[in-house]
Design a protein around this ligand. Structure first.
Ligand SMILES: [Zn+2]
Length: 318
């Protein structure tokens, strides 16, 4: 029994000594890795990359701008010659992301989006990317309404509504609050297209800022995706209205409701009931006006159903 125990002990020591050697080798390798990493850091040069997706689109659509390879404390600025556009960027996956809506009245042609980065390293990095806006024909809508009805959308009524709308969209979550794809808030026949040129009693009054979907009074309207209700109240022109903040400056709005099922500040999930179809405000019949806004630029809301903006950020530049 004695010698065997000694033998076992020796074996144990041998194992220990093997583990010891292994530990030293691992430590050496780790030290080498740290050293080589330090070397990489010292030689590191500022190498951001600007991606636009898509880079060819139509008025009333949106694109995703992604600036990767930047440090949080870098001094970064974006510029564009797209009219009525201010790029607001948010930190996202080792970079910055910005959703950019193109106003439906923007003339076709070539535009640019540029990013300028002044990092800790001396020197400035800048990239200018070209954006092509294709021509698009929008439909026209002709409405005949009584003078009394017209009074609901007078400039005085608009002026009363605007501060509430502006205030609701003045802040947006720094994080995307939406999950997976967007869904239309109800099933129904589209009666007026996004961007349609509107004539009321023969006079051109502007563009249609959303999509009208016909539906019987009382039909449930659901949130197109998750977010936080940033407006839920009566407004002169859009009647009972809900606006949902989805984060990253993206909002959806639901207008002319008969009743509201949510309150301002409430979190909602996609598919949750937020109101019922009606004809409140300036409306000629029972329908839902569904809108999508990036900052203050309206885009066609059905684009969100077709493509999740977050699926576009790392896509190939088209
Ligand atoms: Zn409408």
């Amino acid at each position: 029994m004695g010698p065997r125990r000694v033998h076992n002990q020796l074996q144990g020591e041998a194992t220990l000594s093997k583990t010891g050697t292994l530990n030293i080798v691992i430590l050496l390798l780790a030290a080498l890795a740290v050293l080589s990493d330090l070397c990489i850091c010292e030689e590191k040069v500022l190498s951001p990359r600007l991606v636009l997706n898509p880079s060819r689109l139509y008025p009333g659509e949106f694109l995703v701008v992604f600036l990767e390879g930047v440090e949080p404390d870098d001094n970064i600025s974006f510029q564009t010659d797209l009219p009525q556009t201010t790029l607001k960027a948010y930190p996202y996956r080792q970079g910055l992301i910005s959703l950019v809506g193109v106003d439906c009245r923007t003339p076709p042609g070539e535009y640019y989006i540029s990013a300028r980065v002044r990092g800790k390293e001396p020197g400035v990095w800048q990239e200018n990317l070209r954006l092509i806006l294709e021509p698009k024909r929008f439909t026209s809508q002709y409405l005949q309404v009584s003078p009394k009805k017209l009074e609901a959308r007078s400039s005085e009524k608009w002026q009363q509504d605007l501060p509430h709308i502006r205030e609701s969209r003045s802040r947006s979550s720094d994080l995307p609050l939406w999950e997976e794809g967007f869904l239309a808030p109800l099933e129904g026949r589209k009666t007026t297209d996004f961007g349609a040129i509107r004539y009321i009693n023969g006079k051109e009054v502007g563009r249609h800022s959303g999509v009208d979907i016909a539906a019987p009074r009382g039909t449930l309207v659901t949130a197109a995706n998750s977010g936080i209700v940033c407006l839920a109240r009566f407004l002169n022109v859009t009647g009972y209205t809900v606006i949902v903040d989805h984060g990253l400056n993206l909002f959806t709005s639901y207008c002319h409701l008969e009743s509201l099922l949510v309150k301002k500040g409430q979190k909602v999930v996609g598919g949750q009931g937020i109101g019922r179809v009606g004809s409140s405000g300036f409306a000629t019949g029972s329908h839902l006006h569904w809108g999508a806004v990036i900052g203050s630029t309206f885009i066609d809301p059905y684009l969100l159903v077709k493509k999740d903006p977050l699926d576009m950020f790392d896509g190939e530049t088209k």
